[in-house]
Design a protein around this ligand. Structure first.
Ligand SMILES: [Zn+2]
Ligand SMILES: [Zn+2]
Length: 256
C-alpha cells in the first residue's frame, strides 16, 4: 500500500471519528450535572472543574458524632454537641463530604430523584476519596442503609447501595446488602419533626443473621445525614447483633 493511500485512509478514519463524536454531542449533549455548563473540553467527566473545586472547599468545625456545625464557643465532647447529646445517637462518628448545598446538593438530587444512576460514579468517588484520607478507623464490613423493598421497587434502586458498591469495588471492602433489612415501609423523614422521626423509624429495621455482624466494625453508608436518627436506628440493630463499632459515611449533612 502506498504512503499516500495510507495517509488518505488515516485521514478518513479521523474525519469519520470527528463527525461521529460531533453527532453524539448533538444527540447527547454533555453538561455538568450540577450546574449545566457544557463539558465539551472535559473528557470522561460528569462535573465541571468549577463545581468539583466548590465541593472540595474546606468546611467549618463540626461535632464528630452528628456533624453539626459548631459556632464559636460551642464545644463537642465524646457524647456529642448541644444538637445531638440528648438524642443518644448509636453510631460512633459520622463522616461526609460537605453540607448539603451547592453543586453537591444538585448532584444528589439528580442522582436520587431524576434517576441519573451514572452519578454513582462521581459520588462514590467523593466518598472513596474520604476513606483514602485514612480518617475513618479500620472497617470490617460496609452496610448501606436499606430501603423497604416497596420503596426500592418504586425508585428502581437504592441510592445508598449503589454508592456503597462503588466504594467497596474500588477499595476491595466486603459489603453486606441483605442482612440489615428495612421491615417497615416508613414515611419519608423529610417533613417530620425530630420526635416524629424517632417514632417513624422505631422497629423499622431487622438483622436477619446476627452472626455476620458479630465483633465487626461496620461502616454504614447513607446519602444525606440530617438528624442521624435513621442511621442511629440502624446502628442500634447492628450493635444488638454484636457489632463492635458503627461509623456513618454520608455524602452530605443537611439541617432539619
Ligand atoms: Zn458545574
Ligand atoms: Zn452533635
Amino acid at each position: 500500500m502506498s504512503d499516500l493511500h495510507q495517509e488518505n485512509k488515516a485521514f478518513l478514519i479521523r474525519a469519520t471519528r470527528n463527525i461521529f463524536s460531533g453527532l453524539l454531542d448533538i444527540l447527547y449533549p454533555r453538561h455538568c450535572f450540577a450546574c449545566d455548563k457544557s463539558l465539551h473540553e472535559e473528557k470522561n467527566s460528569y462535573i465541571c472543574e468549577d463545581c468539583r473545586e466548590k465541593i472540595k472547599e474546606t468546611e467549618a468545625r463540626r461535632c464528630a458524632r452528628c456533624g453539626f456545625e459548631l459556632g464559636p464557643g460551642i464545644a463537642s465532647s465524646g457524647k456529642g454537641c448541644p444538637e445531638c447529646e440528648n438524642t443518644s445517637l448509636r453510631f460512633e462518628k459520622s463522616f461526609f463530604v460537605s453540607d448539603n448545598k451547592g453543586p453537591l446538593k444538585n448532584l444528589i438530587h439528580q442522582f436520587k430523584y431524576h434517576k441519573h444512576v451514572c452519578l454513582m460514579k462521581p459520588l462514590g468517588g467523593l466518598l472513596t476519596g474520604l476513606l483514602q484520607q485514612g480518617i475513618i478507623p479500620e472497617i470490617d464490613v460496609v452496610v448501606p442503609v436499606p430501603l423497604h423493598w416497596k420503596k426500592k421497587q418504586e425508585r428502581g434502586f437504592n441510592q445508598s447501595e449503589l454508592i456503597a458498591k462503588k466504594i467497596c469495588k474500588k477499595l476491595s471492602l466486603p459489603i453486606s446488602v441483605n442482612n440489615l433489612r428495612r421491615v417497615k415501609n416508613t414515611l419519608s423523614q423529610t417533613r417530620l419533626s425530630r420526635l416524629q422521626r424517632q417514632k417513624n423509624v422505631n422497629g423499622a429495621f431487622k438483622v436477619k443473621k446476627p452472626d455476620m455482624f458479630f465483633e465487626k466494625n461496620v461502616l454504614l453508608v447513607d446519602d444525606v445525614l440530617t438528624t442521624g436518627i435513621t442511621a442511629s436506628e440502624c446502628a442500634r440493630n447492628l450493635k444488638n447483633a454484636g457489632a463492635k463499632e458503627v461509623y456513618l459515611l454520608a455524602l452530605a449533612r443537611s439541617r432539619l
